[in-house]
Design a protein around this ligand. Structure first.
Ligand SMILES: [Fe+2]
Length: 168
């Protein structure tokens, strides 16, 4: 039988690993977005938010007498698969990254809602407050990414149709 605390610690570690993967994916993209300044700014802002989210998870792990574990690349299911998409060089790389960003933020929303439910059950009230802040940031980022779908596609189309590189 697995007890509540170890279940909670596992959820904290998984979410921490997810945030590390998200950070890596965003940092890789941001270097390659010179033709999409608005998307670049959105990602840069969320990179800073994500660092705070990572720290909140580390604090919660500390409170449980644990610490983040190192993650093997690709060991994270959908997040690992998304990270692979983030690298493919192609004319439509920007579109694939956009879809992956959209998926990743919604994946994170699900992860935080689940983590909050477990943290509540574990009675970690301080962390619940912190994770609600992270959840609100993920929801806001998901909306910001969703709002970029049409404008980024329009820029991509314009560049492609005029024979320019639209990939980044
Ligand atoms: Fe996020």
């Amino acid at each position: 039988m697995t007890d509540l605390q170890s279940t909670y610690v596992t959820a904290l570690k998984n979410t921490h690993a997810l945030e590390l993967q998200a950070l890596q994916a965003m940092e890789r993209q941001v270097e390659r977005l010179e033709r999409y300044p608005q998307m670049k700014a959105i990602l840069e802002a969320h990179i800073e938010e994500t660092k705070h989210q990572r720290d909140r998870l580390a604090t919660a792990l500390d409170g449980q007498g644990s610490s983040p574990s190192s993650v093997k690349e690709g060991a994270l299911g959908i997040a690992g698969n998304l990270a692979a998409i983030f690298h493919a060089p192609a004319q439509d790389e920007i579109l694939k990254n956009l879809y992956a960003d959209h998926a990743l933020e919604n994946y994170e929303i699900a992860a935080y809602r689940s983590l909050i439910a477990i943290a509540e059950r574990a009675g970690d009230t301080a962390s619940v407050t912190a994770f609600r802040q992270s959840l609100a940031e993920e929801e806001s980022m998901a909306a910001r990414v969703a709002a970029q779908i049409e404008p980024v596609t329009a820029t991509y189309l314009e560049l492609t149709l005029s024979g320019e590189t639209a990939s980044r």
